[in-house]
Design a binder for this molecule. Structure first.
Ligand SMILES: [Zn+2]
Length: 397
């Protein structure tokens, strides 16, 4: 192929085009920055110098003078809400809702933000109305979840069930656990009003939604025991073995009391021994110790606890072992042993709490509904001392 002289022109032409493109870009940038008010840059400057309050004032000035800055107004509204200045957040979002020049999507977002403001301000009725409307928008899932939170806060359990069933999670384990707990709450309310049939029905519905709902069997057993129907009570509690046997410790004491009424103490001891072996917790061990001490005497009670301590050494079982020793020692040895047991017991009690799996909240009693994060069934069915002390003692042996 021959070289043509005009080919040399291509290089300067490319340079020229590049220079032109750069000029156009710079002009565009300059015109854009000239369009931004000075307060915007002042605000940025304050933000960079970590003077948040002054930065906010500057951005408010921008938002007031330039109605185009919709995103900035959303950002400021959200910031006010997070800082607890709900009135300012509400005014800002209400302003956006009232504007006629926003797109449908922006208007929906403004309504959602306003609903969140009402929620934060505790104006649940207003928040509920807005979230209901938002269930047919792009915010469907979050609006439904927020609506559910409102019904749980207000203890409107029937409405909570209806809304929870709409959520996608209904088919999964978390969704069914939640709904089963709502039925249990309803059951407890009806029982406290002496509507016993309704209470039983709701407890049964909890089991239909979640056949592993231990709570439904626990409460039905408690009601039966209160009515002196011990056979029935034991029947409910024994079902926990097939549901989630880790929870048996929650009913162990009541179970033994009912079994005593039915003259089935031997059987209850046999069952408890099996449970202690498979699900060793201090609560189950305590129940076993009490019934052995009462029905078989101190020697056998002590021997059982000693064997369990050897089989499963932990701070908790050591505590129980020392307690068991106290019932067999002579009065002369008692005071020293009592001192030792008190020290171990105090230390053990420090770690004797339940802890939410979701938020880590610690509680001395067992909760089905975490008072901190609002999760349902988020507490593992054992105290922290049943896990940690066991690990540390095993490692040091
Ligand atoms: Zn929690």
């Amino acid at each position: 192929m021959d070289f043509q002289a005009y080919w040399l022109l291509i290089i300067p032409i490319f340079f020229g085009l590049g220079w032109l493109a750069a000029r156009v870009d710079i002009r565009h940038l300059l015109s854009e920055s000239r369009a931004l008010p000075a307060s915007y840059f002042k605000g940025l400057n304050f933000l960079l110098n970590e003077q948040t309050d002054k930065a906010i004032e500057s951005f408010i000035e921008v938002a007031q003078t330039d109605q185009q800055t919709v995103e900035l107004q959303f950002a400021l509204g959200g910031l006010f809400r997070r800082r607890g200045e709900v009135d300012r957040a509400t005014r800002m979002h209400q302003n956006l809702v009232d504007r006629s020049d926003l797109s449908v999507s922006q208007k929906t977002q403004a309504l959602y933000e306003l609903a969140q403001d009402y929620l934060k301000a505790g104006l649940l009725d207003r928040a509920e109305t807005l979230f209901k409307d938002l269930r047919v928008s792009e915010f469907k899932e979050v609006a439904t979840r927020s609506l559910l939170d409102i019904y749980v806060t207000e203890k409107e359990w029937l409405k909570a069930i209806e809304v929870a069933k709409e959520l996608e999670g209904v088919g999964n384990e978390i969704g069914s656990k939640e709904i089963a707990n709502f039925y249990c709450e309803l059951a407890l309310i009806e029982h406290s009003r002496s509507n016993f049939m309704e209470a039983e029905n709701f407890a049964q519905q909890a089991l239909v939604i979640n056949k592993k709902c231990v709570r439904a069997n626990i409460i039905q057993g408690q009601w039966a025991k209160q009515n002196g129907q011990h056979e029935r009570a034991v029947g409910f509690w024994l079902q926990i073995e097939n549901q989630s046997p880790d929870y048996l410790f929650l009913v162990a004491d009541a179970f033994v009391e009912s079994m005593k009424q039915l003259n089935r103490v031997d059987e209850s001891i046999q069952l408890l021994r099996g449970w202690v072996e498979r699900f060793p917790t201090l609560d189950l061990l305590s129940t076993l110790f009490k019934i052995l001490l009462e029905s078989r005497g101190p020697e056998l009670a002590y021997q059982t606890i000693k064997d369990e301590f050897k089989r499963n050494p932990s701070l908790g079982s050591l505590d129980k072992y020392l307690e068991a020793q106290l019932v067999i020692v002579s009065p002369e040895q008692r005071s020293d042993l009592q001192l030792m047991r008190d020290l171990v017991h105090q230390h053990n009690m420090k770690y004797s709490y339940y802890q939410c799996d979701t938020c880590g909240f610690k509680a001395k009693s067992y909760f089905w509904h975490c008072p901190a994060c609002g999760g349902w069934d988020t507490y593992p069915p054992r105290r922290n001392s049943d896990n940690d002390s066991q690990r540390s003692i095993k490692l040091s042996m």
